[in-house]
Every structure is written in C-alpha cells, then in structure tokens.
Design a protein around this ligand. Structure first.
Ligand code: ZN
Length: 60
C-alpha cells in the first residue's frame, strides 16, 4: 500500500514524500491522504473557513 497526497500528488516512500514526476514507479495499491505540509495547509484553511469565535475580529 502506497500513500499518495491528494493535495500535491507526492507519494510516500520510506518516510519520504516523493514527486511521482521524478520517475517513481507505483506498483502497489494507492491510498490517498495528506503529506505533513499539506496536512498543515489543509488544517490552516479549515481554521480560516471556520474561525474560532474567540479569534474573530470584533465588528465595530
Ligand atoms: Zn502534499
């Protein structure tokens, strides 16, 4: 089983995220997930979409 980041498309191999464009051959079933940077980015976007009330800018 290979994990492919559904955001940037890199695949995980031996704890490294490699761009398939670099010539990586995927000969196993692919499961989709997020690599660390994309997980952070996706989580950040999620927080921006749903800001916590305490962090919301007061409207004057
Ligand atoms: Zn990614």
């Amino acid at each position: 089983m290979v994990i492919q980041c559904c955001r940037c498309g890199r695949v995980r191999q031996d704890d490294e995220w490699i761009d398939p464009a670099d010539g990586v051959e995927i000969d196993q079933p692919v499961s989709h997930g997020y690599c660390a940077p994309c997980a952070d980015a996706a989580f950040g976007e999620f927080l921006e979409s749903f800001p916590l009330e305490a962090e919301a800018t007061p409207v004057h």
